[in-house]
Design a binder for this molecule. Structure first.
Ligand code: AMP
Length: 190
């Protein structure tokens, strides 16, 4: 099985690129943000726990997302691998993921990191807010907190994965097609 991590700051275009990646490589797309939003919409206890944190632009507890991911690894059949989107987001989650995979003799195949400069993060999120209507895109202070949280908690993962030779960076500036082609060229190597 292939285990790809789609990495990048909020607004880098992860969700946009994920669909083409899963289709081309027969992967199961696991977006923890989307899974959490479905839990909220369904009014589950997990959704209730996550709602306030997401609306504040903060992370939900590591154990919550780790449990969601592990359940999907176990319950998904008929795919050649997984595309993790928005997970891991902390060093603790990355370590938990490595441990989860190691138990089954598996490992992270590659981290595909879509990078855009900080100034573009704001532009992209503002643009997405007009299209998708996500509550956490609409309030400037929430967007700021998500960007701060990314720099503090998630960006250290770059060095974590560079250290083990699994980190691959893609330039996220350009059209959707251009970025997709860069990703496809990279993924063909694995
Ligand atoms: P996203 O759709 O990836 O931008 O995620 C939306 C929100 O869901 C984030 O701002 C977090 O509050 C929460 N979330 C998503 N993935 C994770 C994760 N791996 N760890 C903690 N919180 C997460």
């Amino acid at each position: 099985m292939k285990y790809y991590i789609l990495f990048g700051p909020p607004g880098a275009g992860k969700g946009t690129q994920a669909n083409a990646m899963v289709e081309k490589h027969n992967l199961c797309h696991l977006s923890t943000g989307e899974l959490l939003r479905s839990e909220i919409a369904a009014g589950t206890p997990l959704g209730l726990q996550a709602k306030a944190l997401i609306e504040a632009g903060s992370l939900v507890p590591d154990e919550v997302v780790e449990g969601m991911i592990e359940a999907r690894f176990k319950g998904t059949e008929g795919v050649d691998g997984f595309l993790l989107d928005g997970f891991p987001r902390t060093i603790a989650q990355a370590e938990a993921l490595d441990a989860m995979l190691e138990k089954d003799g598996e490992a992270v195949t590659a981290v595909v990191s879509i990078m855009i400069p900080d100034r573009m993060i704001h532009e992209r999120i503002a643009h997405r807010a007009t299209i998708e209507g996500r509550a956490d895109d609409a309030r400037p202070e929430v967007v700021e907190n998500r960007i701060r949280t990314y720099h503090e908690k998630t960006e250290p993962l770059v060095d974590f994965y560079k250290g083990s030779g699994r980190y691959h960076e893609i330039d996220g500036i350009g059209t959707i097609d251009e970025v997709r082609e860069r990703i496809f060229t990279l993924m063909d190597r694995f």
